[in-house]
Write a protein that binds this ligand. Structure first.
Ligand code: ADP
Ligand code: ZN
Length: 732
């Protein structure tokens, strides 16, 4: 591999030139370094770039093309901060694997210049030695507050003592209060591995033992922690985290969704006595800077985060956990297109630390790696304690139809009545946001579609809007059909979660209902609130999209109703069946996680379908084996390789022409087939026309090398954007 040459730490003689990588889509640039500076890979510098100064990182030896007199000088930042070598190697690896310019990958790993500057201490005041000569009642009150010895800011003291800031300043001038510099950020508490360890059952204990010894060995190895929902996977991998803490190392826990973190942080604190550091897109810039620095200094010992946490500058990483490893949310689809689960394995190899993939429904790739022995396969067969796996029953919607226009069948309604009557909780699952996925004119059949995307507009009745879920376009439902002009003919077709909630409320007006859905109406905060309320039993029924399917633990939830189990099954893409199975299995797994047994009712029109049968018979591995066979026959991943090229742009003709040119230029190579161009599933997205090509290769083909030489051989119109997606998971 290309980056291998850089791997041994190199250092340059003082005054030598260096290749500096900037967080921009450029290759490393040559700079000279001030004399006396020994530059090593990872040294963070300020580098002049045109009229500006950019942050940069010394990356390797210079290429040597620029004359000495034209060479600009890059200066190390104060204190000579460095990115850890492991992170630099990781950036190179991700760049080369995903065909992303290394500078763009570096941009994900680097923070702003501020992150390297010394902390700005907060100035506060505490009680000093001397007492002022003149004591007013206000002054006395301030001194009484300060008597506890704690440092406070001027406004804080003034407010607590009910005095004016001038009174406080008078006391400072008189020397009765003295200045204290407090750190900008409070330090991260160290999680205590011995705080509240659970008593593990036999299987958990065996798995935990293997994970702990892996961590203690400081060796790269991947394990699949394969346990049924509610088997205690989290408790088990927490023991590996505890071991990393005992070893003085850091641990990274990746979660697929921010919405999952709240419950998780609390659970972590129960086990380790304090919350871990968090990393995700909802953090403020200041918080990010705090976490980033603390990860680099080693002060933050455990980080829980979304996929981007993989690019943090760990000083001494000792363990990576990827929870719910099968989740599609781990795939980043814009910017650098990468899969965080796969890249976590890469980071673990670079850092020589174990990687634990946890799931009740592993991805087929991971399943194959585990059953073939490449990964250790740690199994937890049963739920913890008295809990048993829920019973799954199919409701054949061809027979069990209720009233027309209703979405909850009579058997599901009955089960809801029984559950609510017993004072237990229920969940209704439908993977569709909004009120109705389609608005149709009853007179002419016109469908309301987005002007910028080849997609239907989804009605959101709360907001009284038709919304495009792809570009955010919004409009009000027009009074007349835009096609035929008839009034009052536009009708909502099919259900979304809002509509199911509406129907539910008409049947059970007294039940407490909450909706959890990942759209703007029910944003992350509302979703988190709904999930908390459910956990605290303040809600009887939670109605939600895929966001409720994942990871949550609601002890009193005994009934799960799947409103439309057939959704997603007809996508026809490679992973449609696997995804449907995973989603429905996960959502089923929410039922009956404590003493009371759970029941899952799935409404389907295809009860004979293999996915439905596997779910009803609780035979997961039969499903996986069947899926493995069919992938093997098709030479599909993981038995072959795929890469997609997506062309997009506002000029549709240029995009289509580029597709044809690219296809014509595809080099002939043994074991490689190129399909397309074809219009993408969303052939218009955010106003951009999209065409796709698909490369299908045999397992041992170097797909990256093939793509590189192919893309380098054609010159496409500037207006056409080329996105390469190695190992695609979605085919839209
Ligand atoms: P999973 O992640 O496999 O779905 P969890 O780790 O969420 O399962 O465990 C399910 C529930 O069982 C949680 O409430 C957890 O605290 C509890 N649990 C699991 N193992 C133990 C144990 N050994 N001792 C006490 N409680 C446990
Ligand atoms: Zn749109």
């Amino acid at each position: 591999m290309k980056d291998a040459a850089l791997k041994p730490a190199f250092s340059l003689a003082p005054g030598e030139r260096a290749g500096v990588l900037l967080p921009l889509p450029l290759p490393p640039y040559d700079y000279k370094l001030p004399s006396g500076v020994a530059a090593t890979r990872g040294l963070v510098v300020s580098a002049p770039l045109g009229p500006r100064e950019s942050l940069g990182v010394v990356w390797g030896k210079a290429e040597g093309a620029v004359g000495d007199n034209r060479l600009k000088e890059a200066t190390p930042l104060d204190g000579n901060p460095m990115l850890p070598a492991g992170l630099c190697d990781f950036v190179d690896w991700v760049a080369q694997y995903t065909l992303t310019p290394p500078g763009l990958v570096l941009a994900m790993a680097l923070r702003s210049r501020q992150a390297f500057e010394p902390e700005i201490p907060r100035i506060a005041y505490a009680k000093g030695e001397s007492t002022p000569k003149r004591l007013t009642p206000a002054r006395t009150r301030v001194l009484e507050i300060a008597a506890d010895g704690l440092a406070r800011s001027v406004p804080q003291l003034a407010e607590e003592a009910n005095a004016t800031p001038a009174v406080v300043r008078g006391l400072i001038d008189a020397g009765a209060l003295v200045e204290v510099a407090l750190p900008e950020f409070p330090p991260f508490a160290v999680p205590d591995p011995g705080f509240a360890p659970p008593k593990l059952d036999t299987e958990q204990d065996l798995a935990a033992h293997l994970l702990r010894s892996g961590v203690a060995a400081h060796r790269f190895a991947v394990s699949l922690l394969d346990g049924v929902t509610g088997s205690g996977k989290t408790e088990t991998y927490f023991e590996a985290v505890a071991e990393a803490l005992r070893q003085g190392r850091q641990a990274l826990i990746l979660l697929p969704e921010i919405a999952l973190t709240v419950q998780f942080l609390e659970r972590f604190a129960e086990r380790f006595g304090t919350r871990p550091a968090e990393w995700h897109s909802d953090l403020s810039q200041k918080e990010r800077r705090r976490v980033w620095r603390a990860v680099l200094s080693g002060e933050a010992r455990v980080v829980v985060g979304a996929r981007s946490a993989l690019f943090l500058p760990f000083a001494a990483l000792g363990l990576i956990i990827v929870d719910e490893e099968h989740e599609q949310a781990y795939k980043q689809e814009d910017g650098a297109v990468y899969h965080a689960r796969d890249m976590a394995v890469v980071r673990g190899r670079i850092e020589h630390c174990p990687v634990v993939l946890a799931s009740a429904t592993p991805s087929l790739e991971t399943y194959v790696n585990a059953t073939s022995g490449r990964y250790a396969h740690l199994k937890l067969h049963s739920r913890h304690g008295a809990a048993v796996m829920p019973e799954v029953r199919l409701i054949d919607m061809r027979e069990a139809r209720g009233d027309p226009g209703m979405f909850l069948s009579p058997p599901l309604r009955e089960a809801l009545a029984v559950t609510l009557g017993a004072g237990e909780q229920a969940m209704l699952f439908l993977n569709r946001r909004g009120y109705a996925p389609l608005t149709l004119c009853a007179a002419c059949g016109h469908k309301m579609t987005c002007p910028h995307c080849s997609a239907w507009l989804v009605e959101h009745r709360y907001r009284k809007r038709l919304v495009c879920h792809h570009c955010g376009f919004e409009t009000v439902t027009p009074p007349a059909c835009p096609q035929c002009g008839e009034t009052g003919t536009l009708a909502a077709c099919g259900p979304g979660v809002e509509r199911v909630a509406e129907e539910f409320k008409t049947i059970f007006p007294d039940a407490r209902v909450a909706i959890a859905s990942s759209d703007t109406m029910h944003g992350p905060l509302e979703t988190q609130a709904a999930i908390r309320a459910m956990a605290k039993r303040e809600t009887d029924v939670l109605i939600g999209t895929q966001i409720v399917a994942k990871g949550h633990h609601f002890p009193q939830l005994t009934l799960v109703g799947v409103v439309d189990a057939d959704l997603g099954g007809s996508d026809g893409d490679l992973r449609a069946r696997e995804r449907t199975f995973q989603m429905l299995h996960q959502v089923s797994g929410r039922a009956g996680r404590a003493e009371k047994p759970g029941l899952v009712l799935m409404q389907t029109r295809n009860p004979q379908d293999a996915v439905m049968r596997a779910l009803a018979s609780a035979d997961r591995d039969a499903f996986y084996e069947q899926e493995r066979k069919s992938r093997e026959e098709m030479r599909a991943p993981p038995f072959g390789r795929l890469a997609a090229i997506i062309l997009s742009g506002h000029d549709g003709d240029a995009v289509r022409a580029a597709g044809r040119d690219l296809a014509r230029a595809a080099p002939a190579a043994r074991g490689v087939k190129v399909w397309g161009p074809t219009p993408a599933f969303y052939s218009l997205l955010r106003g951009q026309t999209r065409e796709r090509l698909l490369v299908q290769a045999e397992k041992l083909v170097d797909v990256q090398a093939y793509l590189r030489s192919w893309l380098a051989s054609v010159k496409l119109a500037k207006s056409v954007r080329v996105t390469v997606d190695v190992d695609p998971v979605s085919f839209f």
